[in-house]
Design a protein around this ligand. Sequence first.
Ligand code: GAR
Length: 213
Amino acid sequence: MKKLRVGVLASGRGSNLQALLHQSLAGKIDVEVAVVISDVEDALALSRARAAGVPAVYVPPGKFRTKLEPESEKEYVETLLTHGVEVVVLAGFMRILHDDFLNAFPDKVVNIHPSLLPAFPGLNVQKKAIDCGVKWSGATVHFVNAGVDAGPIILQAVVPVLDDDTPETLAARILVEEHRIYPEALQLIAEKRIRIDGRRVIGEPPPTTGESR
Ligand code: GAR
């Protein structure tokens, strides 16, 4: 099967990127990381990409703190297109993307978030989950739309919130699940096994024998 070419956007540690590279390089998923772009020049994610032989590009974000400047956003799109990217994978990318970006990749931008969306969008979500007293939290992979941590949900994984949890211990438990479900969600896209229907992501029936995908 032809591999799905993805471009990963990451601002920091890049452990989700690493999980994806691992599965991809081991041939366990039909996904190839074509390029990694960061808004942070010394992001560990860029070093991880280089170590795996994947093009790693720093594109300065411009003067804003939570979004990209329009000129910079254009450069992100151009870099992704230059590398033949079909699906954009946000992996700890801490900036909001606007319409020009999303329209360049319609229904082809995905994100992972460390809560059971729509509960706890935004930042510091493990602390919010603990403070709120929920007994279960988890991770969500979703398509990105113009909202923050919104958009149709592809996969979720659930973990318990324990009485003695700190934001750090809960984050670590959730991260294990993130590393499992992100590659799995991308494989569903690579195999064209899902489609968006309004707010919902619906499974496609498996192809009949002999049909090429
Ligand atoms: C992950 O926990 C991811 O879910 C979260 O940032 C972390 C990045 O870790 N993303 C968000 O909060 C997006 N709203 P990583 O750099 O090690 O993959």
